[in-house]
Design a protein around this ligand. Structure first.
Ligand code: SF4
Length: 348
């Protein structure tokens, strides 16, 4: 499967490129309305020689809605691998022969030490991530215990978590315990999801996202670009995410993992990645749009351009199962761009 799929079903622009961008600018920066899906399809089909203008508009929208600062977060997995689900991109699935060794739950005292270290960096949020289909009773007990431990001992730190699919009772239990934000990615467009996973549905994922919003927790939901979806499906995906009204959208780019069914996918091209970042910003002008896994191998030297095309937050350091750019390298990039950094948050 190649990234050619992204350009094989292009919508022909119905208007001149300058006019398409002018309409989007009027909507977003003057009328402060969302662009329509038809307008987004026109934007996604702009010729490559318009990419700089598209990126410039997305950057101005980001500055206008979100400001100039960039939020930093780092990730450490609390339980890696051994997941019974079969998401085709994921090396943490036990279904495939990947080389990620399963771990148990992190001991609460170790988690507390990490929370204290996080607070010492002036971070305001601490997120606990587990590779599971959803929490069973044992995991819920563990997470509720850890949440209480952090709140009782580390003032000023909000707890967030990512535990997979939730029941209504579980969602309310987490909200009642004070969990501030819940991460659950839609991962892919609805129309493409049956090529991503067979053990749960896109609707299952959306239902958990809706439950999160219902309980009053903040929703963090994004996905992975480059699974084989078309450009039109990327537009579909951006609007499906926008409909959930998340406060944060992590943008991963597929970094094909050995042993997974998507191991031979080609990387998204750097310019296609920039085009998609800008599209997501225009579709979700006020969201925290966060660089996540795969940005280094996909964008290379164009990572800085992504920060001038709509991105306003980044996961820095290593990801759950892959190595990332160092924190110092990221901070140097932001210094070169003269973009201030907001308090780092940490995902454990
Ligand atoms: S549910 Fe999450 S951890 Fe499990 S296979 Fe899918 S993406 Fe990986």
């Amino acid at each position: 499967m190649t990234d050619q799929s992204a350009s094989s079903t292009l919508v022909e622009p119905a208007a001149e490129p300058a006019e398409i961008l002018k309409i989007a600018e009027q909507r977003l920066l003057v009328d402060r309305e969302r662009i329509t899906i038809d307008e987004a399809l026109q934007i996604q089909a702009l010729p490559d020689d318009q990419l700089a203008h598209l990126a410039d508009l997305a950057h101005r929208v980001r500055l206008d809605y979100c400001g100039e600062s960039v939020g930093m977060a780092s990730i450490i997995s609390g339980k890696t691998g051994g997941c019974p689900e079969d998401c085709n991109f994921c090396s943490q699935s036990s279904t495939f022969g990947s080389d990620v060794a399963p771990t148990g739950f992190i001991p609460p005292e170790q988690l507390l030490a990490a929370a204290e270290a996080t607070a010492a960096t002036n971070a305001t949020e601490f997120c606990i991530v587990y590779a599971v289909r959803g929490p069973d009773e044992r995991l819920m007990d563990h997470v509720l215990e850890c949440t209480k431990l952090v709140y009782d001992n580390v003032p000023g730190l909000d707890v967030a978590c990512s535990l997979g699919l939730l029941t209504r009772d579980q969602a309310y239990a987490l909200a009642d315990a004070g969990v501030h934000r819940y991460n659950h990615n839609l991962e892919a467009p609805q129309s493409f999801f049956d090529r991503v996973c067979t053990t749960h549905t896109w609707e299952d994922r959306r239902k958990t996202c809706e439950l999160v919003v219902e309980t009053g927790m903040q929703l963090c939901s994004g996905g992975i670009i480059g699974l084989g979806e078309t450009r039109e499906q990327r537009v579909e995906f951006a609007f499906q995410l926008a409909d959930l009204d998340p406060c944060e959208v992590p943008m991963n780019f597929l970094n094909p993992r050995p042993g997974t069914p998507m191991a031979d996918n080609e990387l998204v091209s750097p310019t296609e990645a920039i085009r998609t970042i800008a599209l997501f910003r225009l579709a979700m002008p006020g969201v925290t749009l966060r660089y996540a896994g795969g940005r280094e191998v996909t964008l290379g030297d164009l990572q800085a351009m992504g920060l001038k095309s709509g991105i306003n937050a980044m996961i820095t350091g290593n990801y759950l199962t892959t190595l990332g750019q160092t924190v110092d390298t990221d901070l140097a990039m932001l210094e070169d761009l003269k973009m201030p950094v907001t308090a780092a948050s940490r995902v454990l």
